[in-house]
Design a protein around this ligand. Structure first.
Ligand code: AMP
Length: 212
């Protein structure tokens, strides 16, 4: 039985690294909107041209554009499981994901939030800027991305919490330590689903229906 997960967290929380590790462990594809967009920029596609300046400025790609991108990828994976890295990132994206998964009849098992204090995030992003040279890892853009996270993404946590889906993970520590915490949490989600106590019923309560 596969897991259907989203991974949420501020820039620099380690979402990409942890999504890969979870993907390998549970044998589910990691769908990273940031990586897909960067690949499109590199390949010079229409989407890449549309997204390039927004990414470089630390702004979001429009909700409808990113939702269609995710739909294309989820379409084939929804039934067998996935971990979404970097989507949803705004309240309209949460609603769009929910509608999409209702349509596919594949409810989420959980939303994992990687929590890291802002000052540590900023240190990590500055180190990544030196190591990888990402266009959006400059000092000003980092500050802007943090603001956008607090303004646009933080409100989605409440939406997941209300549905009983939010799991907060301490993102401070070594990659292995954080990975182990996520493994423990996702192992529990898997067990809950096996026992039929998954919580994303749509009614905000814990019940045994998987239907949404
Ligand atoms: P990331 O690699 O997840 O930090 O994403 C890099 C950049 O891609 C973000 O700063 C946004 O410009 C864009 N992006 C990635 N995912 C989304 C999303 N779900 N909604 C809007 N923009 C996104």
């Amino acid at each position: 039985m596969s897991l259907r997960l989203v991974l949420v967290g501020p820039p620099g929380a380690g979402k990409g690294t942890q999504a890969e590790l979870i993907s390998n462990h549970w044998k589910i594809p990691a769908i990273s909107t940031g990586s897909i967009l960067r690949a499109n920029v590199k390949a010079g596609t229409e989407l890449g041209k549309q997204a390039e300046a927004l990414i470089a400025a630390g702004e979001f790609v429009p909700d409808d554009v990113i939702t269609e991108l995710v739909r294309d990828h989820l379409h084939e994976h929804a039934v067998h499981g996935f971990i979404l890295d970097g989507f949803p990132r705004s309240v309209p994206q949460v609603d769009a994901l929910r509608t999409m998964l209702e349509e596919f009849q594949t409810p989420l098992d959980g939303a994992i939030l990687l929590e890291v204090p802002d000052d540590e995030l900023i240190d990590r992003l500055h180190s990544r800027a030196q190591a990888e040279g990402r266009a959006d890892d400059t000092r000003e853009v980092i500050a802007h991305r943090m603001d956008v996270y607090h303004e646009r993404t933080q409100p989605i946590l409440e939406a997941f919490d209300k549905r009983g889906l939010l799991v907060r993970i301490d993102g401070v520590g070594s990659v292995d330590e954080v990975h182990q915490r996520i493994l423990d949490a996702t192992g529990q989600m898997k067990a809950a689903r096996t026992q039929g106590t998954s919580t994303d019923s749509g009614c905000g309560c814990t019940c045994t229906s998987e239907g949404n």
